[in-house]
Design a protein around this ligand. Structure first.
Ligand code: HEM
Length: 185
């Protein structure tokens, strides 16, 4: 923990950078996941998109776990004292919902691929064993979860981004807690 998190009004520099790197990756993962399944695509382009999506998903999983551990260890900076209680609760609910849905997406994606008998290049490169058995039924269930959970994730992202923009426009100090991604701002 550094001075910024103890006495300041901003998240620590590392937390802000982690937030924005994860945000960019997650926002890219969703359209890539949809586009890579188009049937009329060149094979080499499709392979590249699958590799980006699967391995990007593993990295997002690692970043979310890192963020959760970090969050447990260092408290968030205070919110403005005059912020209505319902907004504080809603913001916290949406944030925990986002963490939960990102874990659901990453785990269901992993299970879908491994149970289907497909590679996850990054993990294969370090000889990580498949953590689930080869099973078409399991792959199908995980695929259904992965495909449906995206709607919940997208809804939460829209609420989160909408609220963040409102705070940014209002300049009430809430958006400034997580901005800029690097430096003190
Ligand atoms: C937080 C991370 C992730 C997000 C936000 C995400 C998002 C998505 C989305 C939106 C789709 C399109 C679903 C559809 O069109 O029905 C998709 C498809 C897919 N994702 Fe992910 N994904 C994530 C992680 C992963 C991981 C870690 C893997 C595998 C290691 C993976 C493998 C796949 C596969 C194989 C598909 C194609 C659907 C299929 O044929 O099963 N995803 N993903």
């Amino acid at each position: 923990m550094n001075d910024e998190t103890i006495s300041g009004t901003k998240y620590a520099g590392g937390t802000r950078l982690l937030h924005w790197v994860s945000a960019i990756m997650i926002v890219a993962m969703i359209p890539i996941g949809v586009i890579m399944q188009q049937e009329d695509m060149q094979r080499s382009t499709q392979d590249l998109l699958f590799i980006m999506h699967k391995n990007g998903g593993v990295i997002v999983f690692a970043l979310v776990v890192l963020r959760l551990m970090w969050r447990a260890a260092s408290p968030a900076p205070p919110l403005p004292a005059d912020m209505p209680g319902w907004q504080v609760k809603a913001a916290s609910g949406v944030q925990w919902g986002l963490y939960a849905m990102l874990l659901v997406m990453a785990v269901s994606g992993y299970v879908r691929v491994r149970a289907g008998g497909f590679p996850v290049e990054m993990l294969d490169a370090i000889n990580a064993p498949a953590l689930v058995p080869r099973s078409d039924a399991l792959a199908e269930t995980a695929q259904a979860i992965h495909s449906n959970a995206r709607f919940v994730l997208v809804a939460l992202i829209l609420v989160h981004v909408g609220a963040a923009l409102r705070h940014a426009v209002a300049r009430d100090g809430v958006f400034a807690r997580i901005w800029p991604p690097v430096g003190r701002g």
